[in-house]
Design a protein around this ligand. Structure first.
Ligand code: PLP
Length: 389
């Protein structure tokens, strides 16, 4: 490896930058997870994490990435053979459906074009057809990280209610939480799935399930084999500040610090900051003469922007040039948009100058890699940022 001076620009949409305050918190000595000091930490962090989900419900903290939390949501509520209704927003919704299939569930996926969010009307129509209530859950992705499209979760809730359907409502807000507005209780979500390495500014390694009362009820009759992922043992022991097995103690230190930081800034300010970065980024993209993958203005992601490469140019070789010349990692196109799209993460521990560095790097990369574009994208973003300081 050649020596690189200055910080690496980690502009993938998760893992995101981990701030010094969190790294220092994580760097404390590991303690006895059956001792009194741990109990204080756990009680604190289990309480502090709830307002981040905007919930009064229990939030189960798992030693996993987001994928483990997807699995936990399903094995704690479903029976083998159950139908679950999903919507294809992109790669992550598709992976959740694959996981459901491997667990013995029957996902029914409404197909989408990867450029729009969940079509609530299509969900409603399908639920209305399901007179026998065979569909046991509706599972959607809030912020689709592969496309940069944020679905309107309230609309999906309204669709389920309008169909008067009893299915559980499960939402993956792995990359939305703590960056895009999210309200577990008010939006009537039964299970919210999340992870540590996106808006929460932590390293990878924690998964979350916010669990509403209807999901807890479903848990009583859910017969998929489960042990490690079982909510009951978690929620039961969490009540007194304990975990059923060795938790990720040091990541819990970090989570405690992350919750403090988010509350110090104020969640509304966090969301507004992300919206502003996203708008500045889109102005840059349009000035370059390129296309944002998301095609509906009310579903633009505040977390990341996926950019369509000019016809005939490889997104992956462009990204390789940016990494090599400017030490910046951009997100790759996933699944159906592999090599035709790249993604700019603008989430988490991030400010105006980091965004300007990022967009300058993207534009310099175009020039070096010979990608056709118009100059001045970074300039357009700068003007937007200074005009909306
Ligand atoms: C990152 C992400 C996942 C996958 O989580 P892992 O932590 O990689 O297991 C799932 N869904 C969405 C929307 C994500 O952004």
């Amino acid at each position: 490896m050649t020596y690189k001076s200055g910080p690496h620009f980690l502009q993938i949409p998760g893992p995101s930058h981990v701030p010094g305050r969190i790294l220092s918190a994580i760097g404390q000595p590991t303690i006895d997870h059956r001792g009194p000091e741990f109990q204080t930490l756990a009680n604190e962090v289990l309480a502090k994490v709830k307002p981040i989900f905007q919930t009064e419900c229990p939030v189960v903290i798992l030693p996993s990435s987001g994928t483990g939390a997807w699995e936990a949501a399903l094995v704690n509520t479903m029976n083998v053979g159950d139908k679950v209704l999903m919507f294809e927003t992109g790669q992550f919704s598709s992976l959740w459906a694959e996981l459901a299939t491997r667990l013995g569930l029957q996902p029914e996926v409404i197909s989408g074009d990867w450029r729009h969010g969940v079509d609530a009307a299509a969900i409603e129509a399908r639920l209305l057809e399901d007179k026998g209530h065979e569909i046991k859950a509706v599972c959607v992705v809030h912020n689709e990280t592969s496309t940069g499209v944020t679905s309107q979760i309230q609309k999906v809730r309204k669709a389920i209610d309008a169909a008067n359907h009893p299915a559980l409502f499960m939402v993956d807000s792995i990359s939305g939480l703590a960056s895009a507005e999210y309200k577990h209780d008010e939006w009537g979500v039964d299970v919210t799935v999340s992870g540590s390495q996106k808006g929460l500014m932590l390293p990878p390694g924690l998964g979350f399930n916010a669990v509403g009362p209807k999901a807890l009820k479903a848990n009583e009759n859910a017969r998929i084999n489960r042990s490690y992922w079982d909510w009951n043992s978690q929620i039961g022991m969490n009540a007194d500040g304990w975990f059923p097995y060795t938790p990720s103690t040091n990541l819990l230190y970090g989570l405690n610090e992350a919750c403090d930081m988010l509350m110090e800034e104020g969640l509304d300010n966090v969301f507004a900051r992300h919206e502003r970065f996203a708008e500045a980024t889109r102005r840059a993209v349009r000035t370059w003469g390129l296309e944002v993958l998301c095609q509906s203005a009310d579903e633009y992601s505040p977390v990341l922007t996926a950019v369509v490469m000019p016809e005939g140019h490889s997104a992956d070789s462009y990204r390789a040039t940016v990494l090599d010349k400017f030490d910046m990692s951009l997100g790759s196109g996933l699944g159906k948009v592999k090599d035709t799209v790249f993604r700019i993460g603008h989430l988490g521990y991030f400010n105006d100058l980091m965004l300007m560095g990022t967009l300058s790097g993207v534009e310099m990369g175009f020039a070096v890699a010979g990608v056709p574009h118009k100059k001045g994208g970074a300039q357009a973003a700068m003007e937007y940022l200074t005009g909306n300081a």
